[in-house]
Ligand binder design. Structure first.
Ligand code: S3P
Length: 432
Protein backbone atom coordinates (compact mmCIF):
# COMPACT_ATOMS: atom_id res chain seq x y z
CA UNK A 1 0.00 0.00 0.00
CA UNK A 2 1.24 3.51 -0.80
CA UNK A 3 -0.04 6.94 0.21
CA UNK A 4 -0.40 9.81 -2.21
CA UNK A 5 -0.37 13.22 -0.51
CA UNK A 6 -1.06 16.67 -1.89
CA UNK A 7 -0.23 20.01 -0.28
CA UNK A 8 -2.93 20.78 2.26
CA UNK A 9 -5.30 23.63 2.80
CA UNK A 10 -5.92 24.46 6.50
CA UNK A 11 -6.87 21.55 8.76
CA UNK A 12 -9.69 21.99 11.20
CA UNK A 13 -11.91 19.92 13.42
CA UNK A 14 -12.46 18.24 16.76
CA UNK A 15 -11.65 14.54 16.77
CA UNK A 16 -10.42 11.67 18.90
CA UNK A 17 -7.57 9.22 18.28
CA UNK A 18 -7.54 5.43 18.89
CA UNK A 19 -6.59 4.02 22.31
CA UNK A 20 -3.09 4.29 23.69
CA UNK A 21 -0.87 1.47 22.43
CA UNK A 22 1.26 1.07 25.57
CA UNK A 23 -1.79 0.94 27.84
CA UNK A 24 -3.71 -1.39 25.49
CA UNK A 25 -0.91 -3.98 25.72
CA UNK A 26 -0.62 -3.65 29.48
CA UNK A 27 -4.35 -3.64 30.22
CA UNK A 28 -4.82 -6.89 28.31
CA UNK A 29 -1.75 -8.62 29.76
CA UNK A 30 -2.50 -7.61 33.36
CA UNK A 31 -6.22 -8.40 32.99
CA UNK A 32 -5.19 -11.91 31.91
CA UNK A 33 -3.40 -12.29 35.27
CA UNK A 34 -6.23 -10.80 37.36
CA UNK A 35 -8.66 -12.75 39.53
CA UNK A 36 -11.89 -12.20 37.59
CA UNK A 37 -13.38 -10.46 34.59
CA UNK A 38 -11.99 -7.18 33.23
CA UNK A 39 -13.77 -4.86 30.82
CA UNK A 40 -11.53 -2.93 28.40
CA UNK A 41 -13.09 -0.27 26.20
CA UNK A 42 -11.22 1.89 23.73
CA UNK A 43 -8.65 -0.91 23.32
CA UNK A 44 -6.40 -0.27 20.31
CA UNK A 45 -7.21 -2.68 17.45
CA UNK A 46 -3.80 -2.20 15.81
CA UNK A 47 -1.46 -4.92 14.55
CA UNK A 48 0.88 -4.65 17.57
CA UNK A 49 -1.90 -5.08 20.13
CA UNK A 50 -3.52 -7.86 18.10
CA UNK A 51 -0.23 -9.74 18.59
CA UNK A 52 -0.65 -9.42 22.36
CA UNK A 53 -4.23 -10.66 22.07
CA UNK A 54 -3.11 -13.68 20.03
CA UNK A 55 -0.45 -14.56 22.60
CA UNK A 56 -2.77 -14.12 25.60
CA UNK A 57 -5.31 -16.45 24.00
CA UNK A 58 -2.56 -18.94 23.12
CA UNK A 59 -1.67 -18.98 26.83
CA UNK A 60 -5.19 -20.20 27.66
CA UNK A 61 -6.96 -16.93 28.50
CA UNK A 62 -10.53 -16.47 27.31
CA UNK A 63 -11.09 -13.06 25.73
CA UNK A 64 -14.50 -12.06 24.37
CA UNK A 65 -14.51 -9.38 21.73
CA UNK A 66 -17.69 -7.32 21.79
CA UNK A 67 -16.39 -4.80 19.27
CA UNK A 68 -13.03 -4.19 17.62
CA UNK A 69 -12.05 -2.00 20.57
CA UNK A 70 -14.03 -3.67 23.37
CA UNK A 71 -12.60 -6.73 25.14
CA UNK A 72 -13.91 -8.76 28.06
CA UNK A 73 -10.96 -10.61 29.58
CA UNK A 74 -11.50 -13.65 31.79
CA UNK A 75 -8.42 -13.43 33.96
CA UNK A 76 -7.22 -16.69 35.43
CA UNK A 77 -5.14 -15.31 38.28
CA UNK A 78 -1.44 -14.63 38.67
CA UNK A 79 -0.58 -18.32 38.29
CA UNK A 80 -3.25 -19.21 35.74
CA UNK A 81 -1.51 -19.14 32.34
CA UNK A 82 -1.24 -22.49 30.54
CA UNK A 83 1.56 -23.55 28.17
CA UNK A 84 0.94 -22.54 24.55
CA UNK A 85 0.84 -25.36 22.01
CA UNK A 86 3.49 -23.69 19.83
CA UNK A 87 5.69 -20.60 19.61
CA UNK A 88 4.11 -17.32 20.72
CA UNK A 89 4.02 -15.02 17.69
CA UNK A 90 4.68 -11.42 18.74
CA UNK A 91 4.53 -10.12 15.14
CA UNK A 92 6.39 -6.81 15.01
CA UNK A 93 5.62 -5.80 18.59
CA UNK A 94 8.55 -5.21 20.95
CA UNK A 95 6.21 -4.45 23.85
CA UNK A 96 4.45 -7.81 23.43
CA UNK A 97 7.69 -9.78 23.43
CA UNK A 98 9.45 -7.94 26.24
CA UNK A 99 6.53 -7.76 28.66
CA UNK A 100 5.64 -11.41 28.01
CA UNK A 101 9.24 -12.41 28.76
CA UNK A 102 8.84 -10.83 32.22
CA UNK A 103 5.56 -12.63 32.88
CA UNK A 104 6.65 -16.01 31.52
CA UNK A 105 9.80 -15.83 33.66
CA UNK A 106 7.52 -16.81 36.55
CA UNK A 107 5.95 -19.87 34.90
CA UNK A 108 7.60 -23.27 35.18
CA UNK A 109 6.74 -24.39 31.63
CA UNK A 110 8.91 -23.59 28.60
CA UNK A 111 7.78 -20.92 26.11
CA UNK A 112 9.25 -19.76 22.83
CA UNK A 113 8.62 -16.19 21.63
CA UNK A 114 9.06 -15.39 17.95
CA UNK A 115 8.63 -12.22 15.89
CA UNK A 116 8.71 -11.02 12.31
CA UNK A 117 12.09 -10.22 10.69
CA UNK A 118 11.88 -6.58 11.84
CA UNK A 119 11.30 -7.49 15.50
CA UNK A 120 13.92 -10.25 15.24
CA UNK A 121 16.58 -7.58 14.62
CA UNK A 122 15.81 -5.75 17.89
CA UNK A 123 17.77 -6.34 21.13
CA UNK A 124 16.34 -8.84 23.63
CA UNK A 125 19.38 -9.56 25.80
CA UNK A 126 18.61 -6.35 27.74
CA UNK A 127 15.48 -8.10 29.06
CA UNK A 128 16.99 -11.58 29.37
CA UNK A 129 19.86 -10.43 31.60
CA UNK A 130 17.87 -9.19 34.62
CA UNK A 131 15.39 -12.06 34.33
CA UNK A 132 18.29 -14.54 34.53
CA UNK A 133 19.55 -12.72 37.63
CA UNK A 134 16.11 -13.29 39.14
CA UNK A 135 16.46 -17.03 38.50
CA UNK A 136 14.66 -17.64 35.18
CA UNK A 137 16.13 -19.65 32.36
CA UNK A 138 16.15 -17.31 29.33
CA UNK A 139 17.97 -17.99 26.07
CA UNK A 140 18.06 -15.50 23.20
CA UNK A 141 19.23 -16.21 19.66
CA UNK A 142 22.49 -14.25 19.64
CA UNK A 143 20.76 -11.49 21.58
CA UNK A 144 17.56 -11.57 19.53
CA UNK A 145 14.33 -13.49 19.00
CA UNK A 146 13.47 -16.35 18.98
CA UNK A 147 13.63 -16.25 22.77
CA UNK A 148 13.22 -19.28 25.00
CA UNK A 149 11.89 -18.71 28.54
CA UNK A 150 11.45 -21.27 31.27
CA UNK A 151 10.61 -19.72 34.59
CA UNK A 152 10.49 -20.86 38.15
CA UNK A 153 11.05 -19.56 41.64
CA UNK A 154 12.25 -15.95 41.31
CA UNK A 155 14.45 -13.84 43.58
CA UNK A 156 13.76 -10.15 44.09
CA UNK A 157 16.69 -8.06 42.78
CA UNK A 158 17.89 -4.49 42.65
CA UNK A 159 18.54 -3.72 39.03
CA UNK A 160 20.11 -0.67 37.43
CA UNK A 161 18.79 -0.29 33.89
CA UNK A 162 21.61 0.44 31.43
CA UNK A 163 19.11 2.31 29.18
CA UNK A 164 15.90 4.18 29.99
CA UNK A 165 13.48 1.62 28.58
CA UNK A 166 9.93 1.19 29.83
CA UNK A 167 9.76 -2.21 28.20
CA UNK A 168 12.75 -3.57 30.09
CA UNK A 169 11.60 -1.91 33.32
CA UNK A 170 8.14 -3.42 32.89
CA UNK A 171 9.49 -6.93 32.29
CA UNK A 172 11.50 -6.80 35.53
CA UNK A 173 8.57 -5.34 37.50
CA UNK A 174 6.20 -8.02 36.21
CA UNK A 175 8.63 -10.76 37.21
CA UNK A 176 8.92 -8.92 40.53
CA UNK A 177 5.23 -9.63 41.23
CA UNK A 178 6.27 -13.28 41.60
CA UNK A 179 9.58 -12.87 43.45
CA UNK A 180 10.37 -13.88 47.02
CA UNK A 181 11.08 -10.30 48.15
CA UNK A 182 10.69 -6.75 46.78
CA UNK A 183 12.34 -5.91 43.46
CA UNK A 184 13.78 -2.46 42.76
CA UNK A 185 14.51 -1.03 39.31
CA UNK A 186 16.68 2.07 38.98
CA UNK A 187 16.28 4.07 35.76
CA UNK A 188 18.92 6.42 34.28
CA UNK A 189 16.01 8.76 33.41
CA UNK A 190 12.27 8.33 33.91
CA UNK A 191 10.56 6.35 31.13
CA UNK A 192 6.78 5.90 30.71
CA UNK A 193 5.25 4.65 33.95
CA UNK A 194 2.04 2.94 32.77
CA UNK A 195 3.02 -0.42 34.25
CA UNK A 196 3.46 1.13 37.69
CA UNK A 197 0.18 3.06 37.52
CA UNK A 198 -1.94 0.21 36.19
CA UNK A 199 -0.54 -2.45 38.52
CA UNK A 200 -1.23 -0.12 41.42
CA UNK A 201 -4.80 0.49 40.17
CA UNK A 202 -5.20 -3.32 40.12
CA UNK A 203 -4.13 -3.65 43.75
CA UNK A 204 -0.38 -4.37 43.52
CA UNK A 205 2.01 -2.62 45.85
CA UNK A 206 4.31 -0.44 43.72
CA UNK A 207 6.16 2.67 44.82
CA UNK A 208 8.24 5.01 42.74
CA UNK A 209 10.18 8.13 43.49
CA UNK A 210 12.21 9.76 40.76
CA UNK A 211 14.55 7.10 39.48
CA UNK A 212 13.73 4.06 41.65
CA UNK A 213 10.66 1.85 41.35
CA UNK A 214 9.98 -0.84 43.94
CA UNK A 215 7.44 -3.62 43.50
CA UNK A 216 6.33 -6.06 46.19
CA UNK A 217 5.42 -9.69 45.56
CA UNK A 218 1.64 -9.97 45.01
CA UNK A 219 -0.98 -12.54 46.00
CA UNK A 220 -3.44 -11.38 43.37
CA UNK A 221 -4.39 -8.65 40.89
CA UNK A 222 -7.90 -7.20 40.92
CA UNK A 223 -9.83 -7.10 37.63
CA UNK A 224 -10.35 -3.68 36.13
CA UNK A 225 -12.95 -1.81 34.12
CA UNK A 226 -11.14 0.70 31.97
CA UNK A 227 -11.77 3.12 29.14
CA UNK A 228 -8.34 3.38 27.53
CA UNK A 229 -7.51 7.02 26.68
CA UNK A 230 -6.43 8.13 23.21
CA UNK A 231 -2.77 7.67 22.26
CA UNK A 232 -0.77 10.93 22.55
CA UNK A 233 1.83 9.47 20.19
CA UNK A 234 -0.87 9.25 17.50
CA UNK A 235 -2.21 12.70 18.42
CA UNK A 236 1.30 14.11 17.85
CA UNK A 237 1.01 13.63 14.07
CA UNK A 238 -2.27 15.58 13.92
CA UNK A 239 -0.98 18.33 16.19
CA UNK A 240 2.16 18.63 14.07
CA UNK A 241 0.10 18.95 10.89
CA UNK A 242 -2.01 21.70 12.53
CA UNK A 243 1.13 23.58 13.60
CA UNK A 244 2.72 23.41 10.16
CA UNK A 245 -0.25 24.25 7.91
CA UNK A 246 -1.19 27.96 8.06
CA UNK A 247 -4.76 28.66 9.18
CA UNK A 248 -5.25 25.29 10.93
CA UNK A 249 -6.98 24.64 14.28
CA UNK A 250 -7.30 21.08 15.62
CA UNK A 251 -8.71 19.81 18.87
CA UNK A 252 -8.28 16.21 20.09
CA UNK A 253 -10.29 14.99 23.05
CA UNK A 254 -9.93 11.99 25.36
CA UNK A 255 -6.12 11.91 25.08
CA UNK A 256 -3.76 10.37 27.64
CA UNK A 257 -1.90 13.21 29.37
CA UNK A 258 0.69 11.20 31.32
CA UNK A 259 3.70 13.55 31.80
CA UNK A 260 6.18 10.75 30.92
CA UNK A 261 4.60 10.82 27.44
CA UNK A 262 4.27 14.55 26.85
CA UNK A 263 7.90 15.61 26.44
CA UNK A 264 7.09 16.42 22.80
CA UNK A 265 4.39 18.92 23.82
CA UNK A 266 6.85 20.74 26.09
CA UNK A 267 9.57 20.71 23.44
CA UNK A 268 7.29 22.04 20.71
CA UNK A 269 5.84 24.70 23.02
CA UNK A 270 9.40 25.80 23.77
CA UNK A 271 9.92 26.13 20.01
CA UNK A 272 6.95 28.51 19.86
CA UNK A 273 4.11 26.10 19.06
CA UNK A 274 0.67 27.22 20.26
CA UNK A 275 -0.44 23.95 21.89
CA UNK A 276 -2.82 23.88 24.84
CA UNK A 277 -3.19 20.94 27.23
CA UNK A 278 -6.54 20.83 29.02
CA UNK A 279 -6.82 18.14 31.74
CA UNK A 280 -10.31 16.73 32.13
CA UNK A 281 -10.24 13.60 34.27
CA UNK A 282 -8.62 10.26 34.98
CA UNK A 283 -8.74 6.63 33.82
CA UNK A 284 -6.92 3.69 35.45
CA UNK A 285 -4.66 6.05 37.40
CA UNK A 286 -3.80 8.06 34.26
CA UNK A 287 -4.64 11.74 33.53
CA UNK A 288 -6.82 12.33 30.45
CA UNK A 289 -7.88 15.51 28.63
CA UNK A 290 -7.83 17.60 25.48
CA UNK A 291 -5.06 18.86 23.22
CA UNK A 292 -5.60 21.94 21.13
CA UNK A 293 -3.26 23.36 18.49
CA UNK A 294 -3.37 26.15 15.94
CA UNK A 295 -0.88 26.93 13.21
CA UNK A 296 2.45 28.28 14.46
CA UNK A 297 3.52 31.69 13.24
CA UNK A 298 7.20 31.15 14.11
CA UNK A 299 9.11 28.05 15.19
CA UNK A 300 12.56 28.28 16.75
CA UNK A 301 15.16 25.47 16.69
CA UNK A 302 15.80 23.60 19.97
CA UNK A 303 18.28 21.18 21.56
CA UNK A 304 16.98 17.89 22.94
CA UNK A 305 19.13 15.66 25.16
CA UNK A 306 19.23 13.77 28.47
CA UNK A 307 16.02 13.13 30.41
CA UNK A 308 13.84 14.69 27.71
CA UNK A 309 14.71 11.90 25.26
CA UNK A 310 12.67 9.06 26.87
CA UNK A 311 9.75 11.49 27.38
CA UNK A 312 9.38 11.90 23.61
CA UNK A 313 11.09 8.73 22.39
CA UNK A 314 8.37 7.81 19.86
CA UNK A 315 7.92 11.35 18.55
CA UNK A 316 11.36 11.97 17.02
CA UNK A 317 10.27 11.19 13.44
CA UNK A 318 7.53 13.83 13.50
CA UNK A 319 9.69 16.16 15.59
CA UNK A 320 12.31 16.02 12.83
CA UNK A 321 9.69 17.14 10.29
CA UNK A 322 8.81 20.11 12.52
CA UNK A 323 12.50 20.93 12.97
CA UNK A 324 12.91 21.30 9.18
CA UNK A 325 10.54 24.30 9.47
CA UNK A 326 12.15 25.84 12.57
CA UNK A 327 14.62 28.66 12.38
CA UNK A 328 18.13 27.75 13.46
CA UNK A 329 19.98 24.54 14.29
CA UNK A 330 18.01 21.74 15.97
CA UNK A 331 20.20 19.21 17.79
CA UNK A 332 19.22 15.82 19.18
CA UNK A 333 21.70 13.96 21.39
CA UNK A 334 21.59 10.98 23.82
CA UNK A 335 19.07 9.25 21.55
CA UNK A 336 21.00 6.20 20.32
CA UNK A 337 17.90 4.14 21.26
CA UNK A 338 16.32 5.49 18.07
CA UNK A 339 18.59 3.12 16.16
CA UNK A 340 16.86 0.03 17.62
CA UNK A 341 13.22 1.00 17.10
CA UNK A 342 11.01 -0.37 14.31
CA UNK A 343 13.71 0.95 11.97
CA UNK A 344 17.04 2.66 12.55
CA UNK A 345 15.14 5.92 12.91
CA UNK A 346 18.23 8.14 12.76
CA UNK A 347 19.47 6.70 9.46
CA UNK A 348 16.00 6.33 7.95
CA UNK A 349 14.92 9.88 8.87
CA UNK A 350 18.10 11.38 7.47
CA UNK A 351 17.75 9.43 4.22
CA UNK A 352 14.07 10.22 3.60
CA UNK A 353 13.98 13.84 4.77
CA UNK A 354 17.03 14.58 2.61
CA UNK A 355 15.13 13.30 -0.42
CA UNK A 356 12.51 15.96 0.39
CA UNK A 357 15.13 18.71 0.58
CA UNK A 358 15.82 18.89 4.34
CA UNK A 359 19.32 19.62 5.65
CA UNK A 360 19.91 16.89 8.20
CA UNK A 361 23.12 15.37 9.59
CA UNK A 362 23.24 11.99 11.24
CA UNK A 363 25.19 11.28 14.47
CA UNK A 364 25.68 8.01 16.37
CA UNK A 365 23.23 9.20 19.07
CA UNK A 366 21.07 11.75 17.28
CA UNK A 367 20.87 14.24 14.45
CA UNK A 368 21.21 17.92 13.53
CA UNK A 369 18.72 19.77 11.34
CA UNK A 370 19.34 23.18 9.77
CA UNK A 371 16.14 25.09 9.17
CA UNK A 372 13.97 26.33 7.83
CA UNK A 373 14.07 24.58 4.45
CA UNK A 374 11.18 24.24 2.01
CA UNK A 375 10.29 20.58 1.43
CA UNK A 376 9.58 19.16 -2.00
CA UNK A 377 7.25 16.30 -2.81
CA UNK A 378 8.86 13.09 -4.04
CA UNK A 379 8.73 9.32 -3.49
CA UNK A 380 9.81 8.33 0.04
CA UNK A 381 10.07 5.00 1.87
CA UNK A 382 8.56 4.07 5.24
CA UNK A 383 11.26 1.48 6.03
CA UNK A 384 8.36 -0.60 7.36
CA UNK A 385 8.14 1.82 10.31
CA UNK A 386 4.66 3.15 11.14
CA UNK A 387 5.89 6.33 12.80
CA UNK A 388 8.21 7.13 9.90
CA UNK A 389 5.38 6.57 7.41
CA UNK A 390 3.07 8.99 9.27
CA UNK A 391 5.81 11.59 9.78
CA UNK A 392 6.58 11.54 6.04
CA UNK A 393 2.88 11.82 5.24
CA UNK A 394 2.70 15.01 7.36
CA UNK A 395 5.85 16.28 5.63
CA UNK A 396 4.02 15.67 2.34
CA UNK A 397 1.23 18.03 3.43
CA UNK A 398 3.66 20.96 3.57
CA UNK A 399 5.82 19.94 0.61
CA UNK A 400 5.64 21.49 -2.84
CA UNK A 401 4.06 19.07 -5.30
CA UNK A 402 2.94 15.53 -4.69
CA UNK A 403 4.50 13.12 -2.17
CA UNK A 404 4.23 9.35 -2.27
CA UNK A 405 4.96 7.31 0.86
CA UNK A 406 5.75 3.75 -0.21
CA UNK A 407 5.07 0.71 1.97
CA UNK A 408 2.60 2.58 4.18
CA UNK A 409 0.47 -0.38 5.36
CA UNK A 410 2.62 -0.41 8.52
CA UNK A 411 0.65 2.65 9.72
CA UNK A 412 -1.89 0.11 11.01
CA UNK A 413 0.72 -1.12 13.52
CA UNK A 414 -0.26 1.78 15.79
CA UNK A 415 -2.82 4.11 14.17
CA UNK A 416 -5.55 2.36 12.20
CA UNK A 417 -7.68 5.07 10.58
CA UNK A 418 -4.83 7.61 10.32
CA UNK A 419 -5.68 8.46 6.71
CA UNK A 420 -9.43 8.74 7.43
CA UNK A 421 -8.78 11.05 10.41
CA UNK A 422 -6.44 13.21 8.34
CA UNK A 423 -9.02 13.44 5.59
CA UNK A 424 -11.76 14.31 8.09
CA UNK A 425 -9.56 17.25 9.13
CA UNK A 426 -9.27 18.35 5.50
CA UNK A 427 -6.01 16.77 4.30
CA UNK A 428 -5.66 15.36 0.79
CA UNK A 429 -4.37 11.82 1.21
CA UNK A 430 -5.21 8.80 -0.89
CA UNK A 431 -4.50 5.15 -0.33
CA UNK A 432 -3.36 3.26 -3.44
C1 S3P B 1 7.00 1.29 24.99
C2 S3P B 1 8.22 1.78 25.37
C3 S3P B 1 9.16 2.44 24.46
C4 S3P B 1 8.46 2.90 23.18
C5 S3P B 1 7.54 1.87 22.60
C6 S3P B 1 6.49 1.44 23.62
C7 S3P B 1 6.17 0.63 26.00
O1 S3P B 1 10.18 1.52 24.10
O2 S3P B 1 9.40 3.29 22.22
O3 S3P B 1 6.89 2.37 21.46
O4 S3P B 1 4.97 0.40 25.76
O5 S3P B 1 6.70 0.30 27.07
P1 S3P B 1 11.47 1.31 25.05
O6 S3P B 1 10.98 0.91 26.36
O7 S3P B 1 12.28 0.22 24.42
O8 S3P B 1 12.17 2.63 25.03
Amino acid sequence: MRLRIRPASPLSGMISVPGDKSISHRALLFAALADGVSNLQGWLPAADCEATLRCVRALGIEVERHAEDHLIVHGSGLKGLRPASGPLDCGGSGTTMRLLMGILAAFPFPSVLVGNPQLSRRPMERVARPLRQMGADVITTEGHAPVYVRGGALRGIRYELPVASAQVKSAVLLAGLYADRPTAVIEPAPSRDHTERLLRAMGASVEWDGHTITIHPAEQLLPISLRIPGDPSSAAFLIAAALLIPGSAVQIHGVLLNPTRLGWVEAWQAMGAPIQVIPEGEAGGEPVGRLHATAATHLQAIEIAGAMVPRMIDEFPIFAVIATQAEGVTQVRDAAELRVKESDRIAALAMELRRMGARIEEHPDGFTIYGPTPLRGTVVQSHGDHRLAMALAVAGLIAQGETIVEDAACIADSFPGFVEVMRALGAEMEIE
